[in-house]
Design a binder for this molecule. Sequence first.
Ligand code: URA
Length: 430
Amino acid sequence: MAERFDAVDVIRTKRDNQPLSKEQVDWVVDAYTRGVVAEEQMSALAMAIFLNGMSREEIAQWTQAMINSGETMSFASLTRVTADKHSTGGVGDKITLPLAPLVATFGVAVPQLSGRGLGHTGGTLDKLESIPGWQAAISNERMMEILEDPGCVICVAGSGLAPADKKLYALRDITSTVDCIPLIASSIMSKKIAEGTANLVLDVKVGSGAFMKDLDTARELAQTMVDLGTDAGTNTVALITDMSTPLGRKVGNALEVEEAVEVLAGGGPDDVVELTLSLADEMLKAAGVPDADTAAALKDGRAMDTWRKMIRAQSGDPDAALPTAAHTHTVTADADGYLAELDALSVGVASWRLGAGRARRQDPVQFGAGIVLHAVKGDKVRAGQPLFSLHTDDEYRFERSLEVLRDGFTISAEAPARRESVVLERVTAR
Ligand code: URA
């Protein structure tokens, strides 16, 4: 069958900063998925998009074309309304773990189709897989049953959703075209819209540990995604949240599960609790449950009950001991003062080098590896006081982890300005 377009013409159009037509976008995404457009041609097109951008119409069409490349899901048969959360990824971001059961406690269905981590931000599935017995892969039928009771499921996203994105994301990873707003927004939103949730809350991170390093680009990404969701009929809102310093006090897989359970037990670090409650309130408001007392549900154990059911529903044992690393090393303060800087990217890379993350998609992760922060940004510290404990199964990893961690914090005589809130802005449809 003759092809409708020539890839070279499509590349030239974008190279010359002209808009791609709907037909060109539909064709190139489909032809790439079929293998008719070669990897090197899509690389050139991705770079042209990176350099010249895309209009709102082009991004919407690109997103729709990626949705059309695969199957879509529907939660319409559920008796519960659905609400989903997506985070653009950060260091110590374990929020999905307490958030999903908390929201489900109020009668809303929370389908969290998640991925594994690559690079310095951890993957939600890697964290949950540190719970003995827990299974990430479940059938669609089982997922629907769990979404009725207990109401939340965190599982592996099926490969049938937006296969064009899967192929393109792997290509972007090796052609330096990942950090491009139209491509990030269409990548994330094609999967979320294909999933078919009615309500979506986006957590767009900003700061050294995030894709977006400054507020302006985070705003642009958030607005682009909110508009895409809204145009596609998904009720979408975004919170822009701080990722200049790690979230919480534990970074790693089992370590983050441990901290999530602290939050579900009514404790945990203030920033993790604040973000969990802010996102839960947004999801519940979107789903038509505006006055839920989410803080009370963390304090009185209702969210914990839902968590335990959710873990059991996927063959996990919520009472089993979590894996711990074979070796630990503690970094102490060398002076009195305040922890003035604690850089998210440095802590993320240090944790990754300890074995908590993977360098290649097929690598295993160490469940017990990671970093416990005994002090966080703004804390007063004394010389000799433990600042961070590094955990790993391989002692040789300490050196390279410490190399990056040492550059990631400063102790100064002056107290730094206290962050008022981890939530910086709220973005709604234009
Ligand atoms: N996450 C995605 O799914 N896609 C991107 O492009 C970036 C982050």
